[in-house]
Design a protein around this ligand. Structure first.
Ligand code: SF4
Length: 117
């Protein structure tokens, strides 16, 4: 049986959650202070995900801040960065616009977090 320690990042309390695993199965989860932490710890050991934040090139030569609309599997972060590095987008773009669809086949889009006229 393996034990993993997960630092919950959902709130500033930062609970150190202990997850005991038997292979790929969770046997027990301890030391969380709320349900959100319990869910976070489960996801973190079974399918860790992160929001990817980066910039995309604009046709004007400048760059625009963007992020994935939802968290993507952590294992695809580098691949997604590679896929997005050559994407060039054309204004006008406003916050929330989808600027790249289905990043690395995850079904998750990339949206603008800034405006470009
Ligand atoms: S388990 Fe709950 S109380 Fe603890 S850090 Fe996570 S969200 Fe905050």
């Amino acid at each position: 049986m393996k034990s993993k320690q997960v630092t919950c990042i959902i709130c500033p309390k930062g609970c150190q959650i202990n997850v005991k695993m038997n292979g790929n199965e969770i046997v027990s989860i301890e030391n969380y202070d709320c349900k959100r932490g319990l869910e976070y710890a489960k996801n973190e050991v079974l399918d860790p995900r992160r929001i990817l934040t980066t910039t995309l090139k604009l046709s004007s030569g400048r760059v625009l801040p963007v992020r994935t609309k939802d968290p993507i599997p952590k294992k695809y972060l580098k691949k997604a960065m590679f896929e997005l590095k050559d994407v060039v987008i054309t204004p006008p773009i406003k916050v929330g616009d989808v600027v790249a669809k289905d990043v690395v086949g995850t079904g998750i889009d990339v949206i603008a977090t800034g405006n470009a006229k």
